[in-house]
Ligand binder design. Structure first.
Ligand code: FE2
Ligand code: FE2
Length: 264
């Protein structure tokens, strides 16, 4: 089993990047399962039904979310029906949508869990206890378990990696939009990376147009942030899993720039 997870897709530039890179990834990894974080897919803020469909049509098989889940109010119209979309499982009980889902690829099932950190983010339910609760019911049923931990603090993400080591196939971090170089398989067999990085405008600040961000830092006055245009960069990870145990054999980083010549 091979999983390719694509980091936070930001706006139309990010979606164009996915469109440009997917054929190449599918060719290089014909049997991979594709999962992506879609919390910024609609102009940097949230997602709507047509953008989710656009990403599914490109070959993304499941979408995870994060703190921007509710930014587009149209999501309330479809998130309960969309079985391929997961929002953080530790949102308050009764929140629309689902915090984990199972996708079936050929005859294999993968449990996909989305969690959100609480350090420098809203004080929602405990992600550590929530994932224990999910695994308590699911661990014996699913060999392949993928976790997107959407969190700000590197410490909280590393802690989650250790919390889940040997209990899930992979824990990947999202939200900071900057890819970290600490991809590894933890001692008990869980693939881990602190942040996968983003897919979208590369010359802004985390996908936001940079002059407004600079103005904010320099003046501390209110400014309107808009998603940047221009060239993209693309960040993802390829995770290879052992088909007997469901644990990881390896995790590699992927990084492409729009004007990079593909040599391989
Ligand atoms: Fe994001
Ligand atoms: Fe986020």
């Amino acid at each position: 089993m091979k999983i390719i997870f694509i980091g936070d897709i930001v706006g139309s530039v990010g979606r164009n990047a996915v469109k440009a890179v997917m054929p190449r990834l599918k060719q290089a990894h014909p049997n991979a399962v594709f999962i992506a974080n879609g919390e910024n897919a609609a102009a940097g803020k949230g997602i709507n039904a047509s953008i989710a469909r656009e990403l599914y049509d490109m070959g993304i098989q499941s979408l995870t979310m994060g703190n921007h889940t509710w930014d587009k109010k149209e999501i309330f119209d479809f998130i309960d029906q969309d079985e391929r979309m997961v929002r953080p499982a530790n949102f308050p009980a009764g929140t629309p949508g689902r915090g984990h889902t199972v996708i079936k690829i050929k005859d294999q099932e993968i449990l996909i869990i989305n969690l959100q950190g609480r350090t420098f983010l809203p004080p929602i339910d405990c992600p550590f206890r929530k994932v224990d609760e999910i695994l308590e019911n699911a661990k014996k049923k699913y060999k392949y378990i993928f976790v997107d931990f959407h969190a700000e603090a590197t410490s909280e993400k590393i802690a989650m990696g250790w919390h889940l080591d040997g209990r899930v196939s992979a824990v990947v971090g999202t939200h900071t939009h900057v890819q970290t170089n600490d991809n590894r398989v933890l001692p008990q067999g869980t693939a881990y990376v602190t942040d996968v990085g983003m897919v979208g405008p590369r010359d802004g600040v985390l996908g936001v147009e940079r002059t407004a961000v600079l103005q904010k830092f320099k003046t501390q006055l209110p400014v309107r942030f808009v998603t940047d245009e221009g060239k993209w960069h693309f960040h993802a990870v390829v995770i290879e899993l052992n088909d007997q145990t469901g644990l990881a054999k390896g995790i590699q980083l992927i990084r492409y720039e729009e004007d990079q010549v593909f040599l391989d």
